[in-house]
Ligand binder design. Sequence first.
Ligand code: GLN
Length: 300
Amino acid sequence: MENGRTVPETLRWAGEYLSLHKVPDPSIEAEFLLAHAFGCQKKDLLIHPERVLTPGEVEQFKGFVERRGRREPLQYILGEVEFRGLSFKVNRKVLIPRPETELLVEEAINSIKGREGSGEGKDITILDLCTGSGCIAISIAKELPYCRVYAVDISERAIEVARENAERYGVGERVIFLPGDLFEAIEPLGLDGEIDLIISNPPYVSKKEMEGLQPEIKAYEPLSALYGGEDGLDFYRRIVDEAPFYLSDGGLLIMEIGCSQAERVKDLLENEGLFSQIEVKKDLSGIDRIIKAAYYSKEI
Ligand code: GLN
């Protein structure tokens, strides 16, 4: 790309470059990247269409476009993603929060709000397993000031990013980040029977599905946040097996699931024998996406 181009000319060049590299929605992505290079909003790009890019802006923008052309996810280039109206920092240390996961958070918030006596002085204890960027834990803590959230991830690098996100929203004191392998991280805290809600978007992609992932996901997102073992269900087995030790009577387990996993995860919950009121909810594309169950210490 030569110097001296205006905004529309620059966008046209970038759109064609991205299209050539098979990036979906090339024109829109070009706008996001140019706005990022200018440090402005996408909607403000064409306020001065005759504006000519400075050599510094050209350099930076070209760098962004080339990265996107190599199929690095747009969100990693922007360094931010919006999730339920909040902006979260993201980079290659964390999985990019997906829109479907917003429904998981919604379900958890509504379930807690619906509980008898919630918000009346009784603190609610929540455990978020595989927290990644922290988007689930932080969104809940921000919306429900009487909640304390323990947020676990096996990746210390992910926890660094999640901590920054929690500070950004002023919930650093109520979201306690713990590095570790699922429940192992909270074992020393003596929370047996004390947790009101366990929430998780665990890695759930099966071995076979891993092969078919888009290049953006396969080459850039952390594998350990995606791969759920041969059949994708490894984490559900472990979570369903151990959750009863930690849940309070009537406590809830809410998890995101991959498409076609609902029946098998439901079976795991049923076979455990201590979960009831098992419900599966669909996402906006009509795909089974959330599974929810209540724990009772005696089978009912
Ligand atoms: N939903 C993610 C995907 O699209 C998978 C996330 C996960 O494994 N929890 O690949």
